[in-house]
Design a protein around this ligand. Structure first.
Ligand SMILES: Cc1ncc(COP(=O)(O)O)c(C=O)c1O
Length: 347
């Protein structure tokens, strides 16, 4: 593979193959030394991951800084979250050190695919853990493959950073079940929400907001990002067992505290939506996506609209959110001091 034809300014989020994938296998109680695989990877048709979704994954980014330094943002956090997902699935998991080292090794190997500074682009890393036992019995894996692949990535949707989008509430499709898997990053959480996303997109909405699955009275999160709202000097984000603990959200909360904002992680009743000055979706892909409006409908596919909430000035990201975004992106790019020690330097 070569980087010759890459247009760094317009990468989007498409899969462009890099030099390959780094792979380690767990068998007989230990992990093999990571191997570089170019081209296709073998997987038995009987593998647990294919048949029963014994699979979890992570998403994190490497950046080439303004100072030329290569940084991975908080890989230790992703390592811990993957271990937590694997524990839920009762399957073997790489140690934190192995996870971080394989991410760093992947970046070193594919360094020519790491976008230059100045394009608001990065390398998106995708570590994946799958159960590989050849087995059709309903049993958790004792054999596994851990791999790290990645893509040079620009903006997720192709949109300019901080462009507000529209969201719709999903009342008749749930992302997570009460006491279910919503707070784990399992592959099995994603395919079931694609249909609702497709419906929302076809209706012209970019984001889908889920309420708590048990009572539909509290704010949970967007399909692949957390919710936070700003009002009166306070950063408010949902406390819920069914949302994924976002590393971006955790980082933004710390930055907000650095700014002197009060951070509240608590239940957010649906009625409170109208009181927010700024609302955002946050996650690794774009850090912050400002939400311009949220439409509520009894059913996603029906024509009836119950309410529309509007946030901030039309077409503009709110001032607090914008400042949070710039600070976090600055830390990732090495232009703002990393006072929390979040960045892992790839040498
Ligand atoms: C359901 C869900 N919520 C939130 C997030 C944001 O998490 P993070 O900030 O760790 O990327 C993601 C993306 O990883 C996600 O898939």
């Amino acid at each position: 593979m070569t980087t010759q034809n890459l247009d760094w300014a317009n990468l989007g989020f498409a899969v462009r193959e890099t030099h390959g994938v780094l792979v380690s296998h767990f068998k007989d109680g230990q992990w093999t030394a990571p191997e570089r695989i170019t081209g296709a990877m073998e997987l038995s048709p009987y593998a647990l991951a294919l048949n029963y979704a014994s699979s979890c994954f992570e998403g994190l980014k490497a950046f080439r800084g303004a100072d030329g330094v290569v940084r991975i943002f908080r890989p230790d956090e992703n390592a811990r979250r993957l271990r937590r997902s694997a524990e839920f699935l009762d399957m073997p998991a790489p140690s934190e050190e192995m996870f971080v080292e394989m991410c760093a090794e992947y970046v070193r190997w594919n360094i020519d695919f790491l976008p230059p500074y100045g394009y608001n682009a990065s390398m998106y890393l995708r570590p994946v853990l799958i159960g590989t036992d050849k087995q059709l019995n309903l049993k958790s894996p004792v054999e596994a493959t851990f791999l790290v692949c990645g893509i040079p990535a620009g903006s997720y949707s192709g949109a300019q950073a901080l462009t507000p989008v529209t969201a719709v509430i999903s009342r008749d499709f749930d992302r997570a079940a009460p006491n279910g898997t919503g707070s784990y990053k399992l592959a099995a959480n994603y395919a079931p929400s694609f249909h609702a996303y497709n419906v929302a997109h076809a209706l012209g909405f970019q984001e889908l907001l889920f309420l708590d699955p048990a009572t539909k009275t509290k704010i949970d999160e967007f399909g692949s990002s957390n919710f936070f709202g700003i009002k009166g000097g306070t950063y408010v984000t949902p406390l819920s067992d069914s949302v994924l603990p976002s590393i971006t959200n955790k980082s933004l909360q710390a930055v907000a505290q650095d700014f002197g904002l009060t951070v509240e992680k608590r239940v957010i009743p649906y009625e409170e939506l109208e009181t927010f000055e700024e609302v955002n979706a946050c996650g690794t892909a774009v850090v912050i996506t400002p939400i311009g409006s949220i439409t509520d409908k009894p059913t996603l596919k029906g024509n009836e609209v119950t309410r529309v909430f509007h946030f901030g000035e039309e077409g503009v990201c709110g001032p607090v959110s914008s400042r949070l975004y710039k600070t976090l992106r600055g830390i990732q790019d090495g232009t703002v001091p990393d006072t929390h020690g979040w960045c892992y330097i790839v040498k």
